[in-house]
Unconditional design. Structure first.
Length: 302
């Protein structure tokens, strides 16, 4: 059996879209369609239902997918073993699919990938932006090798999560905003903060969700006015323009604070959020994944 057909089939199953699968595999869509049809003919099974919104696995397709992923993982393991056969100690090569939220993708992971490229030029890192729920689902399907989750507490039976670091959080505003002028020895309390406008990261961002819970608990009368964005840059821009406050990882605003474009609010003490390194318990740890796992801790505060 042509291993390419299995790889195409697994990618289409993950994306549920022929065009998206073609882009990920660097193929034209007609080739992806031909691969799926060839596999269906060889197995004498209908693997996908074609719907207006895309393609979805049939019952038979779900059974085949589990076996196809096992074959693809075995192929990856075989290639890694072959590369180091005979104890030659050759360079580590391979592809690692890593996901994290925008907080880490924008602030931490470019440096990780750059360092890994210098030490292991044969490793390709496919970096994706995902929230916790999406990343955990992708780890379960085999779409991801690793994920970084900003979660203080996690409990998944099939996903192994290891605390990697703690990411400091800061409450920021424009230097011209009234709360910026509060002295550090007279910090703004939660009840006062609940009267301000906020521009926060999208729903599902654990530290933003927890912060909102504290604001709502402290609010008297009208609840705080909160706008949530899928983009950290949108939140930073609104805050820099003096429209309100935001809670962000210090790493995402360090340059703006140093340059005076943003100011840190003297408010209640904030707890750092935990960075969890997540992987599927049953997945093989390839040399490439192991190399990235070793590199990651060097780029986070301890």
């Amino acid at each position: 059996m042509d291993i390419r057909l299995l790889r195409t089939f697994a990618t289409v199953a993950q994306t549920e879209n022929l065009t998206a699968a073609a882009e990920r595999l660097h193929l034209v869509q007609s080739t992806v369609t031909a691969h799926v049809q060839a596999l269906e003919k060889e197995l004498d099974l209908r693997l996908f239902d074609r719907l207006p919104r895309g393609v979805v696995l049939t019952g038979a397709g779900r059974v085949v997918l589990a076996q196809a992923e096992a074959v693809l993982e075995a192929e990856s393991r075989l290639r890694a073993v072959a590369a180091s056969a005979g104890g030659t100690g050759g360079p580590v090569t391979g592809r690692v699919v890593l996901a994290a939220g925008e907080t880490l993708v924008s602030a931490r992971l470019p440096g990780v990938i750059a360092a890994l490229r210098r030490s292991h030029p044969g490793i390709e890192v496919d970096l994706r932006t995902m929230g916790t729920a999406t990343a955990v689902a992708a780890l379960r399907t085999g779409e991801l090798d690793l994920a970084l989750l900003l979660e203080d507490e996690v409990a998944f039976r099939d996903i192994e999560c290891t605390p990697l670091a703690h990411e400091p959080l800061v409450l920021v505003c424009s230097p011209e905003h009234p709360v910026a002028r509060r002295a550090t020895d007279s910090p703004t309390e939660w009840a006062e903060l609940a009267r301000e406008d906020y521009f926060l990261h999208e729903q599902g961002c654990s530290y933003s969700d927890h912060f909102i819970e504290r604001l709502l608990a402290a609010a008297e009368g009208e609840p705080p006015r909160i706008t949530r964005f899928g983009s950290l840059e949108a939140a930073r821009s609104c805050v820099a323009a003096g429209l309100g406050l935001s809670l962000l990882a210090r790493a995402n605003v360090a340059d703006a604070l140093a340059a005076g474009r943003l100011a840190q609010v003297a408010g209640p003490q904030l707890t750092d959020v935990t960075v969890q390194l997540a992987r599927h318990r049953r997945r093989w740890l390839s040399p490439a994944v192991a190399a990235l796992t070793t590199e990651l801790p060097h780029h986070f505060p301890h």
